[in-house]
Write a protein that binds this ligand. Structure first.
Ligand SMILES: Nc1ncnc2c1ncn2[C@@H]1O[C@H](COP(=O)(O)OP(=O)(O)O)[C@@H](O)[C@H]1O
Ligand SMILES: [Mg+2]
Length: 418
């Protein structure tokens, strides 16, 4: 597809941005629009899914027909069948009149089913029938009706997961997923953030009759580092607030930070101030990453060495060895060493819970032989001393700060002679 065509579409629909992921999503949308295929748009909340559904409708032969956006998550379970497919008079308490559903009134048009994962299973069955044979039955009726509606669905949760959990029909999932379009989150669009900021700043300066905001270099850095869980919708809201509240229009990094919740930085630790506790856990994390890396590199070196030694042939025993190395890295198979074993031991960080606290220990002493590893050991010793000092030598709390088990800490204290 040529670039100027994409550019034209962007201008027509007010789509800002030029990141490869966005362009790819647009290309797919433009290609699939004129067909009558069902489309499933995935992407986080606020990333622009609804905009895509409008593009698909407008670029299709149905553009003169109706377009309805339905938020499946916002309609109560008890009335959703009736909303979508209509009902007969007296079919339930309060149904004083017959009512047409969206699938009837959008005949020859497009229906956008947002948050499709929220549909109750019974409604999913009705939807599948419309998609497969173009037929539906009103609530309280027995008459089969025909309709010709194109469905564009969207979800911000994984439908595959929903299928696994038994909350979403597998057949419907496959039926919807014929053409998937992934709308990337803002944090994956690189400098599009800046373009969007400028566009919104200019829009709101017109709306509020103020001078447009300008970004300093630091402010751009801060923007790029933020993970924007609410995506473009969130960015837009922030720019609107700033346009009204900030009288100094040249935005510094500091001012920018005021509008972005600290905990949602892509690298939260770097922004967490400098209290003892935080600096400990941050370092701890870094050292763990270093150790893991070191171990992987050693494994690789060994493997490559073995292959060279064997004259470049990959013998079956090397493949076994490789598998063994790989499996050693999995938490469940790591065996605890004896207490009198003075080797350096490392806990695999248990993220969700402390379930692994007692077992995930691995002997890597044989791999840490050169100078840089010694300095890592030195750092680890320092870290342990620091954690102990901070917690008045209470090992339990020091271990928790370090993210390792008490037993491991005990061993390390002995090992380093702390
Ligand atoms: N690429 C874009 N350029 C400019 N504005 C956008 C872009 N994508 C989305 N928006 C705007 O962001 C807001 C959220 O988009 P929306 O399509 O409602 O997101 P979603 O349906 O994924 O939650 C809307 O105001 C929309 O106009
Ligand atoms: Mg939406």
């Amino acid at each position: 597809m040529n670039e100027s065509e994409i550019l034209r579409i962007k201008q027509r629909f007010g789509i800002i941005g030029n990141s490869p992921l966005l362009n790819h999503a647009l290309e797919v949308a433009i290609q699939v629009a004129p067909t009558d295929m069902t489309v499933l748009i995935t992407g986080e909340s606020g990333s622009g899914k609804e905009s895509f559904s409008k593009i698909i409708h407008q670029l299709s032969a149905r553009k003169h027909g109706a377009f309805i956006a339905v938020n499946c998550g916002a309609i109560p379970e008890g009335t959703i069948d009736s909303e979508l497919f209509g009902h007969e008079k007296g079919s339930f308490t309060g149904a004083h009149d017959a009512r047409k559903g969206y699938f009837e009134v959008t005949n020859k048009g497009t229906i956008f089913l947002d948050e499709i994962a929220e549909l109750p299973l019974s409604t999913q069955a009705r939807l599948l029938r419309v998609l497969e044979v173009g037929e539906f039955i009103k609530v309280g009726s027995s008459k089969v009706q025909k309709t010709d509606v194109r469905v564009v669905a969207a979800t911000n949760v994984s439908l595959e997961d929903a299928v696994h959990k038994g909350k979403f029909r597998e057949d419907l999932y496959y039926r919807l997923n014929t053409v998937p379009i992934f709308v990337p989150p803002l944090r994956q669009r690189g400098s599009d953030i800046e373009l969007l900021f400028r566009k919104f700043a200019s829009d709101f300066s017109e709306k509020y009759k103020t001078k447009p905001l300008k970004l300093s270099h630091e402010a751009i850095e801060v923007l790029l580092d933020f993970d924007f869980p609410g995506n473009i919708r969130q960015l837009k809201n922030i720019v609107e607030q700033m346009s009204v509240l900030e009288l100094e229009k040249e935005i510094s990094g500091e001012v920018m930070m005021k509008y972005l919740p600290v905990s949602r930085s892509k690298h939260p630790v770097l922004y967490q101030g400098n209290t003892e506790k935080e600096s400990i856990s941050e370092r701890d994390l870094l050292y763990k990453v270093l150790f893991d890396l070191k171990r992987d590199v050693t494994d690789l070196k060994k493997l490559v060495g073995d292959i060279i030694e064997s004259g470049g042939d990959v013998h079956p025993h090397l493949i076994d060895e490789h598998k063994r190395l790989l499996s050693e890295n999995t938490i469940g198979q790591i065996k605890e060493k004896e207490d009198n074993d003075s080797s350096l031991v490392i806990d695999v960080p248990a993220r969700e819970s402390d379930t692994y606290d007692e077992e995930p220990i691995e002997d890597i002493s044989h791999e840490l032989e050169d100078d840089d590893s010694l300095s890592i050991e030195k750092k680890e010793k320092e870290l342990i001393i620091k954690a102990l000092r901070k917690n008045n030598n209470k090992r339990k709390y020091a271990a928790r700060d370090l993210g390792i088990s008490e037993r491991t800490l005990y061993r390390k204290i002995k090992q380093y002679d702390v």
